[in-house]
Design a protein around this ligand. Structure first.
Ligand code: PMP
Length: 450
């Protein structure tokens, strides 16, 4: 075998080669079976190898796989935009701008927000406010908004000003206060950031409704997004919800923002939109946000060669149909309750679990030296990496959430199985997790970390 020339996340590490997938399982070329306990990067949300989806993709590819969007529209993309609009819980229409990834969807949302004000002659309103402990993408614009040191640090010279508001991280409150006596200082901090920049200079505020990889799943308290929306409205600032990880049923609702009574002006999506069957992301934009563009230059100044291609749109359409047919959002909510009951039980018997948190089938486990003092492990102990590796050895894939300074400081892992997961499969995951934590505990005690 020739040496590998494929650039992988770690160039010198060896990775198992995936062979095929079926439901929540992935099999490597050696025949080892893994439970896809994180749906890859919280993406493969309806599971692997589903014949309905493959059939519809094949049907589309036999017709046509690619047309260029300035020459043709196509029925899968048109229909997908309609179905997405029906899926958004709002009185207002949301238009879809299709791209190929979550990062591109964030970039598009940034541009739409800025253009919204430019078309009204408000050329100065072009800053985007974001929070620490956040991830919005790997491209320079989206990375500028991301509070994730690990992914930022090599490129800071090319990035715009970083995030400017504190995260709603109640477990370790930046203001050393407790909900509800805190009066949600973290929400007020967004207003402070807008004021600091001058609201005449701010186009939008962006946030993940539930923080994912940069925080190990952080759910803000009740009332938080209602207040955020009010602050944005008051300051004539658009609210962009980054639902790349949380959208399309992951948290037991179509979009995570539905857990609050708040509406975003632009919704950023990716991952679960096609559940990994094809690359696609989308910026969903309220009709009222588009009005100045419709009345002005009539064109969103963004787009990619593969934007709105019929092949990816057909895959996403098939996934949405499959989710409806099998009521996967309701199932995610139900099975999520079961998963959290099991995880909370695991916490009771595992003294290094500081907190279990999340919604639906998006769960975070924060790991600490001491659950009373909440003291984190030193980074050099590489606790997250050890949990991930041990789980993988035992046939369970889970997702890391270490981000570094002003992203997540300590150790956390994400559990997010496909929404088709059964109770029996959750039990199987829990048995492995229990063994992982037992082994870890023994090692940490020996090393004097616990
Ligand atoms: N936003 C969020 C909340 C994400 O979780 C991610 C991916 N982890 C992105 C944006 C970027 O998406 P992509 O990797 O598809 O570019």
């Amino acid at each position: 075998m020739k040496k590998s020339l494929l650039i992988k996340p770690f160039l010198t590490k060896s990775y198992p080669a995936a062979s095929y997938g079926s439901g929540i399982y992935i099999y490597d070329t050696e025949g080892k079976r893994y439970i896809d306990g994180s749906s890859g990067a919280v993406t493969a949300s309806i599971g692997h190898g589903i014949p309905d989806i493959i059939g519809k993709m094949e049907e589309q590819s036999k017709k046509i796989s690619f047309v260029y969007r300035s020459q043709f529209t196509n029925s899968p993309a048109e229909l997908l935009a309609h179905k997405i609009n029906e899926a958004v819980n709002s009185e207002e229409n949301y238009w879809s701008f299709f791209v190929n990834s979550g990062s591109e969807a964030t970039e598009t949302a940034m541009k739409i927000a800025i253009q919204h004000f430019q078309e009204q002659g408000l050329f100065q309103k072009n800053k985007i406010i974001s929070r620490w402990m956040s991830y919005h993408g790997i491209t320079m614009g989206s990375l500028s908004l991301s509070g994730h040191k690990l992914r930022r640090e090599k490129f800071v010279t090319l990035l715009e000003d970083g995030p400017n508001a504190e995260a709603p991280y109640c477990y370790r409150c930046s203001f050393h206060m407790e909900y509800p006596e805190c009066n949600m200082m973290c929400a007020l901090d967004i207003e402070r950031a807008i004021k600091r920049a001058g609201n005449e200079n701010v186009a939008a505020f962006i946030a993940e409704p539930i923080i994912g990889a940069a925080g190990g799943v952080i759910v803000p308290p009740p009332g938080y997004y209602e207040q955020v929306q009010e602050i944005c409205k008051k300051n004539n600032v658009l609210f962009i919800a980054d639902e790349v990880m949380t959208g399309f049923g992951r948290t037991g609702k179509m979009f995570a923002l539905e857990h609050w009574t708040s509406e975003a002006d632009i919704i950023v999506t990716g991952k679960g939109l096609s559940a990994g069957y094809a690359p696609i992301g989308a910026a969903l934009c309220k009709e009222s946000v588009l009005h100045p563009v419709l009345n002005g230059s009539k064109s969103i100044m963004s787009g990619h060669t593969f934007s709105a291609n019929p092949q990816s749109a057909a895959a996403a359409l098939a996934v949405l149909d499959y989710m409806n047919k099998h009521q996967l959002i309701e199932k995610a909510s139900l099975q999520g309750k079961y998963l959290f009951r099991k995880l909370k039980k695991l916490k009771q018997s595992t003294p290094v679990i500081g907190e279990v948190r999340g919604k639906g089938l998006l769960a975070g486990i924060e790991l600490v030296c001491n659950p009373v003092s909440k003291k984190p492990f030193p980074r050099k102990a590489a606790v997250t990496e050890r949990v991930i590796n041990k789980a993988q050895q035992k046939g369970l894939l889970i997702y890391p959430a270490t981000a570094g300074e002003r992203g997540y400081e300590g150790d956390a892992v994400i559990i997010a199985p496909p929404l088709i997961v059964t109770r029996k499969e959750i039990d199987e995951m829990m048995t492995i997790l229990q063994a992982v934590f037992q082994e870890l505990l023994q090692e940490l005690c020996k090393e004097g970390h616990h």
